[in-house]
Each structure stands twice: as structure tokens, then as C-alpha cells.
Design a protein around this ligand. Structure first.
Ligand SMILES: [Fe+2]
Length: 216
């Protein structure tokens, strides 16, 4: 039976040595500073639930049957809500974060994970976001947390958990498997930003860290 996870393990160059390799699995990029609680409320109301059973390929077929199979084989509910999300408008301050990161043609999603939702371990498949695949696509994904971490908010990259403060932003090598869950009593809003790197992005990543405060 088709398995997305098995296929990802073949395609990824991550070591899959779950216990012994403790090197950093993600890069701390910067801290965004701003006032976005009203905007978060606005977008929370617009989100739609994401599920593997709802995902479709570009040609309309069931693209993620392998992921559904993986959940069934694991004894999990294949119809579980992974998270809830909506793409943000290009003229709002959430989109401005992608510009500060130096990304071109970025897609910025407001994504919240309500208590009880989870996405199992997976490796991202970015596609090309509207550009021709040249074989060396400098496509990169960032996460920006919109509220402080609270116990039960869970983000695992490779074999390392991320604990954050509001506004903190990370990125990671696209080969690193990851998953998220929320078993707290509050939702966990964040931005998922994906776009093409530019020189500005590379400069930022050369001198990165949470001590870089960027106002949006
Ligand atoms: Fe992912």
C-alpha cells in the first residue's frame, strides 16, 4: 500500500537516527515585534480545517492517499484535523513578515492548531509555487509564532522540540521530518511562510538569532 512516510524517508537526506544525533534541527531566525491580536482574531474566524482526507492534487485526484494509509496503518483516525488555516491578504502586516524575510512570491498562511489537533511526522512537499522547477529551487519555509508557548503546544523538528516566545521565527532544512500537536487548553496561532529566498534572506540567515528584532 502506498505510504507517504515511507516515500519521504527514501527521498529525504535526514539521518533518521532518532536518538543519538542531537545537533540543532532548526535555525532561530529573528523575533517579529508588533501588535496583531485583532488581526489574529480576524483570521481565526476565517480558517478552515485541514485534513489529509481533504487534500487534493493539482489534477483533482486524491494526492495524499499515502498519508491517509499511514494513519490507518498506525491505528489513528485518518480524518483527524491537522490544523486550521487561511491564506492572508498581501496588504496586511502578516504578509509584511515575508517581505522582511526577503522572500519573493511568498505564500503566508495564518494557521492555528486548536486543542486536540495534530499532524503526524512528515517531510514537506513544497512544490514550486508557480515557478518552473529548475532543480535547485531556493524555496524556504518559516514559522512565526503569534503567542507565547504554553505546555501542550508541541512542535517537533527531527528529534528536537521547539519552545518559543511570541514573535519568534524559525526555519529548517526541508529534509527534516517534523510534526505538531496541541494537547494544551488553548489554540496555537502561527504564520507559515513559504517563498523564494533572495540575497536579503541569505544575509538574514548569516546573522540570525532571536536577538534580531524586526518590527512589522
Ligand atoms: Fe510540514
Amino acid at each position: 500500500m502506498d505510504s507517504r512516510w515511507d516515500q519521504s524517508k527514501k527521498e529525504s537526506n535526514w539521518h533518521f537516527d532518532d536518538v543519538f544525533k542531537k545537533n540543532k534541527q532548526y535555525t532561530e531566525v529573528c523575533t517579529f515585534v508588533g501588535s496583531w491580536s485583532e488581526l489574529s482574531e480576524h483570521y481565526t474566524a476565517l480558517t478552515e480545517d485541514s485534513k489529509w482526507t481533504k487534500k487534493r492534487s493539482k489534477n483533482g485526484g486524491p494526492a495524499e492517499q499515502g498519508a491517509v494509509n499511514d494513519l490507518i496503518n498506525a491505528g489513528a483516525n485518518p480524518d483527524i484535523t491537522l490544523f486550521s488555516r487561511v491564506e492572508v491578504d498581501k496588504d496586511c502586516i502578516f504578509y509584511k513578515a515575508s517581505i522582511e524575510l526577503g522572500l519573493e512570491d511568498a505564500h503566508v498562511f495564518f494557521q492555528t492548531q486548536h486543542s486536540g489537533s495534530m499532524i503526524h511526522m512528515h517531510v514537506d512537499r513544497h512544490g514550486t509555487i508557480g515557478r518552473e522547477d529548475t532543480g535547485a529551487i531556493p524555496l524556504r519555509r518559516f514559522l512565526v509564532m503569534l503567542e507565547d508557548w504554553t505546555p501542550g503546544h508541541t512542535v517537533l523538528l527531527g528529534n528536537q522540540y521547539w519552545i518559543w516566545r511570541k514573535g519568534q521565527c524559525i526555519t529548517w532544512d526541508k529534509n527534516v521530518p517534523h510534526g505538531t500537536a496541541n494537547f494544551s487548553y488553548s489554540s496555537r496561532p502561527m504564520l507559515q511562510i513559504t517563498g523564494y529566498e533572495t540575497e536579503k534572506t541569505r544575509q538574514l540567515l548569516t546573522n540570525c538569532g532571536y536577538q534580531n528584532f524586526i518590527s512589522i
